[in-house]
Design a binder for this molecule. Structure first.
Ligand code: AHN
Ligand code: ZN
Length: 337
């Protein structure tokens, strides 16, 4: 009788131990791999071409013919790559009362899919070179500040149009206008009302969504994603609003061996950028991939005439484009309603 009890106890302990081991393996199996489906190759030469093409129009400052022509080019290119295109025309009022004729341009893939990813960049360029030492009142080329994000997203549009098999997730590419018309440094800021004059396009869109009730699973904003030696720190506001998405994107970048650009440190918090309004007005958890330097904030080229094609590096466009494309492809899922 005693023996039986001992045997029973032993068996119970053995079972528990065995069960424990099962739990350990189960936990290991549950850890999702970083990447599940492989995205097609992002072509950096093609992205570079799209950046150069925009720069060749000249500065894309609202109310100028070069701005209008470049906008037309973006609309026709998205259409050529099979997107359903919505153009949001609006008039934004600048700090000095100038009425800015503006257009947000939206290209949608799988427009009826309920699970959607939002990818954004601004396409206008700054009207002044206020951080330069010369010709401060002249507009900048905006190769990185403007054209780079749009160039990466046009290449993603080209790929989505070419790849007929996937991913089964809706993608909306939005080019915001009138992002960079903030009050110049050389102006007396106290003369103007205490209002945010950057990001006028995303503020308009946030209050007037291109489709009523529009939402997305998450959003990724690209801002200055093509300069040589770019450093993408985990930006403070992105971490506050959508830290999980930031970590996800950085994990994929590191998995793809782009860790030299995507640094695993939280550093610098922006005053603002379009992702703020994607979060606060559209209520879509959104992050900003933006070239930030630890102490100075932005790169040496920022809001100067140096922001031209000579600072653009295909390797940086590749790192950002391949990472974002991979993140999108990994959201591939049969849509469960
Ligand atoms: C500020 O400078 C406060 N935010 C603007 C972010 C920006 C400007 N991105 C590109 N140009
Ligand atoms: Zn700018």
């Amino acid at each position: 009788m005693k023996n039986k009890i001992w045997a029973g106890l032993f068996l119970l302990l053995a079972l528990c131990a065995c069960d424990d081991r099962k739990k350990t393996t189960a936990v290991q199996e549950e850890q999702a791999p970083v990447v599940t489906v492989k995205a097609p190759a992002f072509n950096a030469d093609s992205a570079y071409f799209f950046v150069e093409k925009q720069v060749r129009f000249g500065p894309r400052v609202p109310n100028t013919p070069t701005h209008r022509r470049c906008g037309d080019y973006l609309i026709s290119t998205l259409r050529r790559y099979g997107a359903q295109v919505t153009v949001q025309e609006f008039v934004a009022e600048a700090y000095n009362g100038t009425r800015l004729q503006s257009r947000n341009i939206i290209g949608s893939y799988l427009p009826t899919a309920s699970k959607r990813i939002l990818l954004a960049a601004h396409w206008d360029t700054r009207h002044v070179a206020d951080k330069d030492s010369t010709r401060k009142r002249e507009p900048i080329p905006g190769a990185n500040d403007g054209a780079s994000g749009v160039g990466v997203l046009l290449e993603i549009a080209r790929i989505l149009n070419t790849d007929t098999t996937g991913p089964r997730v809706g993608v909306d590419i939005i080019f915001f206008d009138a992002e960079d018309y903030g009050i110049p440094d050389f102006e007396d800021h106290s003369k103007y009302p205490d209002k945010q004059f950057y990001c006028l396009g995303s503020q308009y869109w946030g209050k007037n969504l291109h489709k009523p009730g529009y939402s997305a699973y998450f959003g990724i904003l690209l801002d200055m994603v093509g300069a040589r030696n770019a450093t993408f720190f985990k930006e403070g506001l992105s971490m506050q609003y959508a830290g999980g998405i930031v970590n996800r994107v950085w994990d994929v970048a590191n998995y793809l061996q782009f860790g030299q650009y995507f640094l695993n440190d939280v550093n610098h918090q922006l005053g603002t950028d379009d992702h703020v309004y994607m979060n606060t007005l559209a209520r879509i958890p959104s992050i900003d991939i933006i070239d930030l330097k630890p102490d100075t904030g932005f790169g040496h080229y920022h809001h100067t005439h140096r922001d031209d094609m000579s600072i653009i590096d295909r390797n940086v466009l590749k790192a950002v484009g391949q990472t974002v494309l991979q993140v999108v492809y990994d959201e591939d899922a049969p849509v469960v309603q």
